[in-house]
Structures are given as structure tokens and as C-alpha cells.
Design a protein around this ligand. Sequence first.
Ligand SMILES: [Zn+2]
Length: 88
Amino acid sequence: MYYVPDGTKRCGFYECTECQSRFLDIRVAPKLVCPYCGEEVDMEIGPDDDIPASSESAVLLEMLEGDDVEKYDTLLSLALTGGDYTWI
Ligand SMILES: [Zn+2]
């Protein structure tokens, strides 16, 4: 397992609206801070700027349960490493 611990029975499948990364996270929430481009709120934004939008740019696409967790984890981690997974 790449994104979530072995034995995970339920997780969220997310896509970032900023960098289009797709990933799994054991936390299931409507939105998460993207682990790739998301940063904690920038405290150096000047007073002229609007309050920064939520940095939770990754949105839940699907909730995965059971065998799907491992299946998606495998597919996504292979895609991430540039592997050709058409042979699966
Ligand atoms: Zn992102």
C-alpha cells in the first residue's frame, strides 16, 4: 500500500482542483488540503489581500471500501511512478 496503511478498509479518493493530483487518504472528508500543492495558510499575505480561500483544494471523488482501497492504491501508485499498468 502506498497511500494508506495496509489493511485499510475505507478511505477517500481525492482529486486536487489545483494540480490535478489524484490520491487516496485515510481521512474521509469532503475536502482536504492537497499533499502535493497544498500549503498551510500563508500568513504573510498582506492586509490588502482578501482572506485566502481555503487551501483545501482536493475534493473527494469517491469513498472507497474493502477491496477497492487496495485496487485504487495500486493503480494510483503505479501511475505516479510512470508505470505502464495496461498489463494488469
Ligand atoms: Zn494539488
